[in-house]
Ligand binder design. Structure first.
Ligand code: NAD
Ligand code: UDP
Length: 332
C-alpha cells in the first residue's frame, strides 16, 4: 500500500514514516517545512535503508494535492500536518483555524475526488477539556479550552459529517496523550527552535544548558506530589499505533476514535527525577505559579485501542527520558 503522510517531516510524522517503511508500506510525504527541516527525509532513509517520495508544499494547496493524487496511486492518508502550539493559538486563532481546517477540508475534497477514502487523523486528548473522572474513555464528553483544541474538535466533527454523507469513508481518529522521546538511533526527535511550551523539550534545554531552570507550574495540585500528572507516551509506540490504525481501516468502512496513551500518569517531579537519574544529569528547577488552563491529572483508558487495534504502548518512562536526551545531545 502507498500511504500519503501529510506533515511527514514533523516530530510524530517522521517516526511514523519509519514504522511504515519498516512494515513495507510505500511512503509519500507532503510537508511545507513550517515546523520541520528537509534533512529529516535523509535521516528517515538512513534509518530504514528505504526510499520515499517527498513533495515540498502546503496541504491547503489544492492544485498540488491534485497533482500528487494524479501522479501517485495513494491508497490511504495519515494527516499530521497542522499547527500545534496551544499558547500561540490563543494569540493567533485565525492562523490556527485557517491552517488546521483548510488543510483538512482541502485534503478530504481531493481524496474524495480521487476516490481515496481511507484516512487516519491526528487528534488530541485536548478534545476532552477538563474531564470529570479518570481514566479518560473515548465516549467522554468533548469540549475545548483553546483555539488549537477547538480546531481538533471541529475537524473531528467535519470527519463525522463526511462519513455520514458518504459511508464509503473509513476513518480512524487517534487522540494522542503526551508524546515524548525519540527514535533510539538518536537521529530524529523533537527540537523546537523557540522556548518550548511542553515539559520534555524544556527539561532537555535545561539539561543541555541552553536554558537555566525549569519552571514547574504549581506543586499544590491534588496529586501524589502536588505537581501535574500526565500520560506520557513514547513517540515510537505512538507511531506503531498508526500502523495498526491503517490496518484497521483497510478492509472496512466507518469512523472510529482511539485514545493512544499508556494509561499511566506521571507527575512533573517524577519525570524530572527519572530524567536526571537515567541520563545522570542535573535538571535545575523551581516551583512557580500554576499555568492557567492546566488540569491536575490527565491519563487515558487505552483499552479500546488494545481491543480493536491490538495495540498497546510498550516503552517505559525511562526509555522515553533516555531516548529524548540521546537525540538532544547528538543534535546539539
Ligand atoms: P510537528 O509540528 O512536529 O509536525 C507537523 C508537520 O506538519 C511539520 O513538519 C509542519 O512543517 C507540517 N505542516 C504544518 N502545516 C502544514 C501545511 N499546511 N501543509 C504542509 N505541511 C504542514 O507536530 P507533531 O508533534 O509531529 O504533531 C503532528 C500532529 O499531531 C499535529 O496535527 C498535532 O496537532 C497532533 N498532536 C500532536 C501532539 C504533540 O504533543 N506533539 C499531541 C496531540 C496531537
Ligand atoms: N509543565 C511544567 N513546566 C513547563 C512545562 C510544563 O511544569 O515548562 C507541566 C504542566 O503544568 C503539566 C505537565 O508539565 O502538568 C505537562 O505539560 P505539557 O505542556 O508538556 O503538556 P499538556 O499540559 O499539554 O498535557
Amino acid at each position: 500500500m502507498k500511504i500519503l503522510v501529510t506533515g511527514g517531516c514533523g516530530y510524530i510524522g517522521s517516526h511514523t514514516c519509519i514504522e511504515l517503511l519498516e512494515n513495507n508500506y510505500q511512503v509519500v510525504i507532503i510537508d511545507n517545512l513550517s515546523n520541520s527541516k528537509k534533512g529529516v527525509i535523509d535521516k528517515i532513509k538512513k534509518i530504514t535503508n528505504k526510499d520515499l517520495t517527498y513533495y515540498e508544499g502546503d496541504v491547503c494547496d489544492k492544485d498540488l494535492l491534485n497533482k500528487i493524487f494524479d501522479q501517485e496511486k495513494i491508497d490511504a492518508v495519515i494527516h499530521f500536518a497542522g499547527y500545534k502550539a496551544v499558547g500561540e493559538s490563543v494569540k493567533l486563532p485565525l492562523k490556527y483555524y485557517h491552517n488546521n481546517l483548510c488543510s483538512t477540508i482541502t485534503l478530504c475534497e481531493v481524496m474524495a475526488s480521487h476516490n481515496v477514502k481511507k484516512l487516519v487523523f491526528s487528534s488530541s486528548a485536548t478534545v476532552y477539556g477538563s474531564p470529570k473522572t479518570l481514566p479518560i474513555k473515548e465516549d467522554f464528553p468533548l469540549s475545548t479550552t483553546n483555539p488549537y483544541g477547538t480546531t481538533k474538535l471541529m475537524i473531528e466533527k467535519i470527519l463525522k459529517d463526511l462519513y455520514t454523507s458518504d459511508n464509503e469513508w473509513s476513518i480512524a481518529v487517534l487522540r494522542y496523550f503526551n508524546p515524548i522521546g525519540a527514535h533510539s538511533s538518536g537521529l530524529i526527535g523533537e527540537n523546537p527552535n523557540d522556548i518550548p511550551n511542553n515539559l520534555m523539550p524544556y527539561i532537555i534545554k535545561v539539561a543541555t544548558g541552553e536554558l537555566e531552570c525549569l519552571n514547574i507550574f504549581g506543586n499544590d495540585y491534588d496529586t501524589k506530589d502536588g505537581t501535574g500528572v500526565r500520560d506520557y507516551i513514547h513517540v515510537v509506540d505512538l507511531s506503531k499505533g498508526h500502523i495498526k490504525a491503517i490496518e484497521s481501516i483497510t478492509n472496512t468502512t466507518g469512523i472510529d476514535y482511539y485514545n493512544l496513551g499508556t494509561g499511566k500518569g506521571y507527575s512533573v517531579l517524577e519525570i524530572v527525577n527519572t530524567f536526571s537519574k537515567v541520563n545522570n544529569v542535573k535538571v535545575n528547577y523551581k516551583i512557580v505559579e500554576r499555568r492557567p488552563g492546566d488540569v491536575a491529572t490527565c491519563y487515558a483508558d487505552s483499552s479500546y485501542a488494545l481491543k480493536k487495534l491490538h495495540w498497546k504502548a510498550e516503552k517505559s518512562i525511562e526509555d522515553m527520558c533516555r531516548d529524548a536526551y540521546l537525540y538532544a545531545i547528538k543534535n546539539k
